[in-house]
Structures are given as C-alpha cells and as structure tokens.
Design a protein around this ligand. Sequence first.
Ligand code: C2O
Length: 513
Amino acid sequence: GVVRYYDFTVSRGVIAPDGYQRDVLLVNGAFPGPLIEANWGDTIVVNVHNNISNPEEGTAIHWHGFLQHDTPWEDGTPGISQCPIPPGRSYTYEFKATLYGTSWYHAHYSAQYAGGVVGPIVVHGPTKAKYDIDLGPILLSDWHHREYFDIIKEMLAPNGSPRVLSDNNLIDGKMHFDCSTVAPGDKTPCTNNAGISKFKFQTGKTHRLRLVNTGADGVQRFSIDEHMLTVIAEDFVAVKPYNTSVVTLGVGQRADVLVTANVGKPKSAFWMRSNLTSCSAARQPKAVAAVYYDQADTSVTPSSRAWDVPDPGTCSNADLAVTEPLYPIALPKPTFTHTMDIELFKNASGVTLWKFNGVSMRTDYNKPVLPLAAQGNFSYPAEWNVLNFHENTSIRIIINNKGPSAHPMHLHGHNFYILHEGPGTWDGEIVRPSNPHRRDVALVRGNGHLVIQFDGAPGVWAFHCHVAWHASGGFFASLIVEPEKVEKMHLPADVEHNCQAWAQWSKHNVVDQ
Ligand code: C2O
C-alpha cells in the first residue's frame, strides 16, 4: 500500500446548512469535512491542527470503525488513547486501512462532533457487487441549531432532560428549514428554502450509494421513492446482498446500497428521503434530497410518492436473519461472559445521568487509560468505568437496556459478532452461529437486549452509546484486552508530548466533557 497524507485544520466558523445561521466547528473550513480516500492496505496519515479559538477548546479525531490493532494510540479518543490536542497544537495520526468500505471520522472530544467536526472516509477494496457508478458517501445527520456545549450544559443541569430535541435533519449537509417556526425573540439570521442536495442517476445504470449516519442522536430511515435498495455492506462488513425499500441506520452505522435507475424515464425525478424514526427526539424529522435521471430538468421538484412502509415504532436494525456477512466466520466459544446494564438515574444534585455497567463514566483527559497501561499502571478510579478482561480474548457481552430509549452501541477497534437482539431479556438463542452478523455499531431497542461477542485485540477500547448526548452523560466504558501485551507497547513520543502540552493548557483553562 501507499501512504495517503491529509492536513486537517479544525476551527470555528459560521454556516447555515438549512438556512438557520449558527456557530460551528469546521474541518478545513468545510461541513461536512473533506473526504479521506484510500485503498485497502494503504497507510493514512492525518496531521490535525487545533485552530479552535474564541473560546479555545481541545480536540481529537477518531477514525470510526478502523481497527487500529497495530496502533491503538491513534484511535483519537481523549481520556482513553490520548490527551486532547490543545489549542494551537498539532498531532499527526498514522494508521492502516486494514478494512475496506465506507466510514467516517469525527471529533471524539466531548460532544464536539455534533458541532460539525465530521467527514466521510472511503477505503476501496475488492467487491463481488456489480455496479456502474460509485456516487460516493451520502451523510445523513440530525441537526441542532444550538452549540453542543450549550446543549450539554442544559442537559447536565439539575432537572435537565437527557432527551435533546434536534431542530432539523440533513442529507449531505443540506435541507430546507421553515424560519417561521423559529422561537419568537430569536434574532438569528434565517433563510427559507436554503436548498437540498441533488443527485444524478444515469438511466439504466446501477449506482453505489455509501450511506453514513453522522448525526448526534437520531435513527435514520433512508429510502428512494419507487427504487429498491440492494444492501451490499453494513459498516465495514460486506453482506450477502438483500433487497429492501428502507434502510435503518443508527448513529455511526453505514450501509452501502446499490440502486438501479430503471424505474423512471430519462427525464424522471424522484425524492430521496431520510426520516428520523419515532424513537428519535426531533422537531423536523424528515429530510429530502432530489434524484434526477440524466435528462431531467434539475430545477423541477420531484413529485414521486414515498414507499408505503410504516415506521415500526421500535428502533432496531434489520432482522439479523437477513443480514448475513458475505465472508463467513463461525462464532468461537467465549472465554468470558459479562453482563452490562444500561440505566438512567438522578445523582445527588438532581442531574439525570446514564449508568453503564453500574457506573456513570467521568474521564480524566489528563490521564488517558492506554498510555497509563503502557507504563504498567492498571489501577483507576471507579468513575473511569474501566473493565480489564485480563487474558481473555473471546469476550461475550450481554447488554440489558433497562430504559425506554434505543441506543446505538459502538465498540472501538472491532467488528463484533451480533448474537441476538430483541425485547426483554435474552433467552440464550444465537442467530446463525455458523456465521453471525458482524458490524461496529448495533442498535439495542428500548427495554430490550443486545448480545455481542468479539475477538479482542490487545489495547484499550472505548465501548459506548454513540448518541453524543448519552456519551457525555456517562454512557461510556473502556475495555482493556490483554494488559500484559499493552504493557509492552511502545507508544510514539508524540503521545507523551501532546499530553505535556495539554497539561500545560488545561491548567489555566476549563475543560468541557
Ligand atoms: Cu464513532 Cu467512539 O465513535
């Protein structure tokens, strides 16, 4: 493989993707940020410069879904793999593209990615799927009109609510917004009919669309009127192709779908839709974009009708029986099984927080777990919510969701096996043990269970709810796999230098979580 170099500068900016102006954080001045593109086996090098000022903030960028098995310190997770990059400083990430398909990067500092620090990643690799045109990534994201730290402050105030309403829903960073719905007294500049994303289809040809849910909270249901979608990959896992009219994506999840433009005439236009499901807290849940066949007049508004597929009301992914990895791996016997409950509670000051495995996680950005472990330090305050699996490498986790809301559960560094998902508690059934589904994010429904298993790689891996607000509310754990190997890891000197710089900066500054 070759080396792909990128330079990212994270800074503040003002944009109005849906017509309502707001302060955001941008990567190289753009939202969504620039595409990272590589071939399978390539090395990706990204020099990230923190140019956030007025006020200053730390940052760190996570390469979602990348395994990082040779380089767990490049995972971009403050408090786990590194200290945040202080304002005015740079950190260079270097890691291998050991998987291929569609993914994204996002800030992993506080809920900063909900403030705009997100972008797509495509790793090209072999495929058995037949298509003519790669339309590239399409980012689906709920959108908030307020800054992320204001949202967190309000949520973490006594009697604050963990249910954060989004203001709009975007397809590839665009959507209309009805400015007449703005609260009276809000003088923020707002423009009606800001514009939607537009896509071109070649009549008769098959197109590959790379869907990514890059939102803060909402579960998306994506469709194109009258066109069947053939799913060929879920997250970084190729699947046996299956047809569906609607694809459900929780935050962090991806689906690569094929769509053949054989429904309309060369002059046809159709709506592309992405709806936040009923279990998402949203003011304007419906996003649209326009799809134009090659000879269509692109100033015309499509008049197609949506598929008649009702929202199922429960937020879960497609039936595990139909989502089958293309390259089978039989489920190994676990050497260790652990149960982790998801609970909401009110702390002594009346703040509603999440508990995962009995702990509401608070991290210490000055003391990331992996660099400490590499120095032989394996004792932590309970509030860091660190689980040490010792010599176990085949780990099964039974997740019991004791609350009513669905959660996209994400494990860093692994494609985990999904053994079962459903309402209530697990009865021990495993869906297709000869080839269970695998991916890096899986939804657990409200008052339901999710059973996963993973072949652990040495390192310290974040395991959390990908809803930005829930992670900030403590729904986060760190898993240590093979500590005796972690202790022998030689981290690059940059990791330590960055921590020294962060310690200097944070001494004089307030840090958001
Ligand atoms: Cu997409 Cu912990 O990350």
